[in-house]
Design a protein around this ligand. Structure first.
Ligand SMILES: [Zn+2]
Length: 196
């Protein structure tokens, strides 16, 4: 089932997510719905707060990035078919140089900005079967994980912009929260009395 995506301005996007347990109600269906919602919106990642749930859960499939011809064959290979569920994730370490990538977000349609993040992350998490994982990622994979991870910490990529950039996009952000935007997927807007 395709769920409406929570738009910028909704307080749920500002909550630090809580850990979940194996008996979280209908977890399997929830994850299925998150995949469907993400693919429908042509996203490469989706975090639970973006469908209104302040829990530590996000999904990632970077396959669309693997078609980028500017990337090295190694990077393309790493991104192709990288499809994972992250439960109760914790970034243990971020290392390396900061680098810039033009980010977007399904909760913030039509805004893309350059964001600086560190190169490499070490992350521990549970997969969809609650198996413990501890992995290290770099490059674009790390980037997508960092973006989704921020969501379960109540952080959005627009928080990371300079104060000048923030001022420049302020009006656009306020329009998004009011639903004055044309997204080609279902959204839920906090400053509108009714969803659509
Ligand atoms: Zn996002």
């Amino acid at each position: 089932m395709i769920l409406p995506i929570t738009a910028y301005g909704d307080p749920v996007l500002r909550k630090v997510g809580t850990d979940i347990t194996k008996d979280y109600p209908k977890l399997e269906t929830l994850v299925e719905n998150m995949w469907e919602t993400m693919y429908n919106a042509s996203g490469v990642g989706l975090a639970a707060p973006q469908i209104g749930l302040p829990i530590r859960l996000f999904v990632i499939d970077t396959t669309p990035f693997s078609e980028d011809e500017d990337l090295s064959p190694e990077d393309q290979k790493a991104l192709n078919g990288f499809k994972k569920v992250f439960v109760n994730a914790k970034i243990e370490e971020e290392t390396g140089e900061e680098w810039t990538f033009n980010e977007g977000c399904l909760s913030i349609p039509d805004i893309r900005e350059d964001v600086n993040r560190k190169e490499t992350i070490k992350i521990t998490y549970l997969d969809e079967n609650f198996n413990e994982k501890s992995e290290t990622y770099g490059g674009l994979l790390a980037r997508v994980i960092q973006h989704e991870y921020d969501h379960i910490e109540g952080i959005l990529f627009t928080d990371k912009l300079s104060s000048l950039k923030k001022r420049l996009i302020k009006g656009k952000l306020s329009n998004i929260s009011k639903g004055k935007i044309n997204a080609d997927y279902r959204m839920r807007f906090p400053d509108m009395k009714k969803g659509r």
